[in-house]
Design a protein around this ligand. Structure first.
Ligand code: PGA
Length: 256
């Protein structure tokens, strides 16, 4: 399958980091460093930073994302944020189903599907996260598990809506651990996800969908990972908090 038909996307996942002044400073530092990017650049920031970062990124090529949204439009859901609230602010992207949400906040494949559908219906672009735990890999069920997570997350998502979905393959054992999947391991599972999309939506959709790798991607290993035929960029945690490192990763994806 041809890689040049797809857009590489480098998205920073700031997680629960940065106060508003710190967020503004980080975006200001990033702007000139990524201004000539040949890939899409996204910063997914805490809810409290969205307004600050939207303002700071105005006129630049940095797109802004949130890290979660609820599946209902409004109501008695203390502590949650709806997709419409994000859209009204000017937010373009949202991460859905991150493994930390699944591990620590009770997200299931079913709630990930509901949140995905709600975000797409509201007009957001979704960065949908899938990935196996270490025990799954050791049990030899990585491919089946990731295919299953992908299928359930996309249940009742139309082919038209799929155009606004990016899938991030993030092996849980590689997140924040410094243990990166090898480029071959990353490519292998991204290819499984692409095959799953092909089975569900056909060849054109599979060729067109952006599939990122995430999990301890950094300035040193990014080039090898994003050069893989089925890896179209990355979802970056720790290294997205350092503007120079993030810029090196953006450069690597620009070169592809
Ligand atoms: P990491 O996080 O780059 O710090 O491993 C990636 C992620 O959780 O998206």
């Amino acid at each position: 399958m041809k890689k040049d038909v797809r857009k590489a996307v480098i998205a920073g996942n700031w997680k629960m980091n940065k106060t508003r002044p710190e967020a503004k400073a980080l975006i200001e530092e990033m702007k000139p460093l990524v201004a000539n990017a040949g890939c899409e650049v996204v910063a997914c920031v805490p809810f409290t930073n969205l307004e600050t970062v939207l303002e700071a990124a105005k006129g630049s090529n940095i797109k802004v994302g949130a890290q979660n949204c609820h599946f209902e439009k409004s109501g008695a859901f203390t502590g949650e944020i709806s997709a419409d609230m994000l859209v009204e602010m000017g937010v373009e992207y949202v991460i859905i189903g991150h493994s930390e949400r699944r591990q620590y906040f009770g997200e299931t494949d079913e709630t990930v599907n509901k949140r995905t559908k709600a975000a797409l219906a509201a007009g957001l672009k979704v960065i949908l996260c899938v990935g196996e735990m270490l025990a799954d890999r050791e049990n030899g069920i990585t491919d089946e598990l990731v295919a299953m997570q992908t299928k359930i997350a996309l249940k009742n998502v139309s082919a038209e809506e799929l155009k606004n979905v990016i899938i991030a393959y993030e092996p849980v054992w590689a997140i924040g651990t410094g243990k990166t999947a090898t480029a071959e391991q990353a490519n292998e599972v991204c290819a499984v996800i692409r095959a799953t999309i092909k089975a569900l939506y056909g060849c054109e959709a599979a060729e067109g969908i952006t599939i990122q790798y995430g999990g301890s991607m950094n300035a040193k290993n990014a080039a090898e990972l994003v050069a893989q035929p089925d890896v179209d960029g990355g979802l970056i945690g720790g290294a997205s908090l350092k503007a120079p490192d993030f810029a090196v990763i953006v450069d690597a994806a620009t070169k592809g």
